[in-house]
Design a protein around this ligand. Sequence first.
Ligand code: HEM
Length: 510
Amino acid sequence: MMWPGDGPWPASAAGPVTAAALLAAAVIIVRLFFVPRLQPSSGTKRRGAESGASGSARLPAGSLGWPLLGETPAFILAAYSARPESFVERRRLLYGKVFATHLWGSPAVVSSDPEVSRAVLQADASAFVPWYPRSLMELMGRSSILVLGGGLQRRVHGLAGAFFKSPHLKARVTADMHRRVARAMAAWRRPGAAPVVRVQDEAKSIVFEILVRALIGLDEGHEMQYLRQQFKEFIAGLISLPVKLPGTQLYRSLKAKKRMTNLIQKIIQEKRKRRIAECEDPHGTHHPPRDMIDVLLGNGSDELTDELISDNMIDFMIPAEDSVPVLITLAVKYLSECPQALQQLEEENMELKRRKSGVGETLEWTDYMSLTFTQHVITETLRMGNIINGIMRKAVRDVEVRGHLIPKGWRVLVYFRAVHLDAAVHDDPHAFNPWRWNKERADVMTGGGFTPFGGGQRLCPGLDLARLEASIFLHHLVTNFRWVAEEDAVVNFPTVRLRRGMPIAVTPRT
Ligand code: HEM
């Protein structure tokens, strides 16, 4: 994820015009006569990030760009264009797949090299820690899994991963999705002209309700509506100027977070009371965890305080409101533009529907996950769509990664997008081609060439769930409707989304 508004932006333009003009002139002169260009430094003995490795590490070549601003303006300009990866591609031609730059107020190394990216993802907190913009850190809080390191991060990650992967949860999510998708789609069957549906909005409200139920056990109703409203206000501040004065977005978002925290902590306290009552009742039955809060409470660790649990439940809602719905929306867009893929997807899903209804069975989560072509469509959407463009880390010491020196305090941008769209890794990378995944691509999968869910210790614990929810939505869409898509465009910055929310005119299949 890339964010504006955090680096040392130029001081406010409120100063006298003459001062501004002088400053601009000074910047131009500095730019003309002094553009810090980094040549690879001569080899220095450094400690290695890779276990036990040490050797001659070189600072990658590159340019630190403008004084103060660095290369952030060029990065943002590219990010707003149709080819955000052009920033990296241009520098890759000049300096190589790993280069130095200056982004968001700090010198940084950018990796578009699969092996270097993989090594950074796999390094632990003794080498790199996550880095996020100030506004995001402020909203997340210190106990967020996104910023936690060491044993506590591993514990929360492990508990979340085990819960999200559990067959019990997947079965429940599948049943919930069936009910919720059927209700949404029933509303699309109005007689008369084909209704226009915005896939992004529909997917957001469905996925949010399903994931919030899995996280905190809240059912549909007015508290769910309240939470969603507050969450929308909260998420708007994640990418905002780091100023928290009344009237600013960050201030409103912090207030919204407080209201969400109150609601979630009330739920936690009720659950704690119920657990105590169950333990004291000699005839009481033991229930398996119904939601993520149950899992964290059941761990019995004093470190998992109410505050840590509620903060993390809010963080976990971000993929529910953002990443998964965007995955679904992008898949619909790419399928609309590739009739051959849409036809094969329809055939695969119609065949499953016929087979199951023929014997009077309902669809299980395993049925969806075993749809080979549907999974290829999702994999290809993740590759092309780059819902998370990349992640940033900060070096806590001088680190050597495959011969590259990343000095202490520098950021590393592991830029997934440039690897996913690199012709050296994926043939004809800008073409939507789900069939490319027919071939066994173990080298790409394990070698850092395909990392939409990150990797290493922070590999996304919700990856199966994301695929499952996308598969269920697509199944119900293609087996119940045909559609004509309206024109829409992908926006990549500051987060990936469809400009118009992907409007499609749907007609029920007869
Ligand atoms: C298309 C959907 C999704 C995408 C593309 C995605 C992508 C990612 C990526 C790239 C990371 C790694 C971040 C890093 O290394 O710093 C990550 C971490 C994470 N994801 Fe997802 N994710 C998705 C869905 C989900 C879902 C459904 C959940 C569960 C509710 C989830 C929960 C998390 C959590 C808790 C982490 C932090 C793990 C840690 O730092 O230990 N994600 N995700």
